[in-house]
Every structure is written in structure tokens, then in C-alpha cells.
Design a binder for this molecule. Structure first.
Ligand code: ZN
Length: 75
């Protein structure tokens, strides 16, 4: 199953989206899913991806498909 999605007009994988959210390389990412929410800035569709920046941490990231809005939750 491909988890590639289009974000701001660019094709991203779970890993590349997670690295964009984190701002640096990450270890591993789960498949991209649709978040059950709309973008607070533009009302666009929000994607979510869970990823591990390091072996000891897990982050849930959110990214709008249509604008630069993004958010991270550390578990
Ligand atoms: Zn947006």
C-alpha cells in the first residue's frame, strides 16, 4: 500500500513528511492518515503522521495539504 500523498502540490512519503515536520532526519514513520480535523488557517484537509525522531520518542505530526500550517504533539 502506498502512503504517498500530495502536500502543498508536492508528493510526500510518510518519512519525508515527518522529516519536514521535524526539521531534520527521523528514524521511522507510520503511514500517513487523514486527521479528523480541518486546517485552522485555510479550512483545508489535514493529514497526520506518527513518527519516531529517535529511538526513545514518538511524535504525532499534523500538516495541512493546502497551506504551510503544521503542528506536533509529543506523546
Ligand atoms: Zn491550511
Amino acid at each position: 500500500m502506498s502512503s504517498n500523498r500530495v502536500v502543498e502540490g508536492r508528493m510526500v512519503t510518510a518519512k519525508s513528511l515527518a522529516e519536514q515536520l521535524e526539521g531534520e532526519d527521523i528514524m521511522d514513520a507510520e503511514p500517513i492518515k487523514d486527521a479528523d480535523r480541518d486546517c485552522p488557517d485555510c479550512g483545508g484537509n489535514v493529514l497526520t503522521v506518527g513518527y519516531m525522531p529517535s529511538a526513545l520518542s514518538f511524535v504525532t505530526g499534523y500538516k495541512c495539504q493546502d497551506c504551510p500550517w503544521q503542528e506536533r504533539d509529543n506523546d
